[in-house]
Design a protein around this ligand. Structure first.
Ligand SMILES: [Mg+2]
Length: 118
């Protein structure tokens, strides 16, 4: 049973994450990335690109990001990954914010190492 504070916090988090989703998709649309409607598979491939850039950042000693030099490259690539996930969810009207919170709640209740021995 959740108390009012927990319910309000969840509602605020959903609103904040949903706003990130809307903004990420809007920015991508304005910049032409959804002309001709990108497929879900193509959007996922772009997410893979961000993961590759993350590993590349570590391989290169994680220098300052070239666009946001106040951050190391790895955290900016993680941001890119999240932005692309929000963009995809925005394009296909997926309830990502709710799913994130529900999945984290589910994970919180799972057994240690999810009950697996490996
Ligand atoms: Mg990137």
């Amino acid at each position: 049973m959740k108390n009012t504070t927990q319910i309000m916090r969840k509602k605020q988090l959903i609103e904040a994450l949903a706003e990130l989703q809307r903004d990420a998709h809007e920015i991508a649309v304005v910049h032409g990335w959804w002309e001709g409607k990108r497929s879900k598979a193509e959007a996922v491939l772009k997410m893979h690109t961000e993961l590759s850039e993350l590993v590349q950042a570590w391989e290169q000693g994680n220098p300052a990001d070239k666009h946001l030099p106040q951050y190391p490259s790895d955290v900016v690539e993680l941001a890119d990954l999240c932005i692309r996930a929000f963009d995809l969810a925005g394009a296909y009207e997926m309830p990502l914010a709710e799913a994130i919170l529900d999945k984290m709640g589910f994970n919180r209740g799972r057994p240690y190492r999810h009950g697996k021995e490996f």
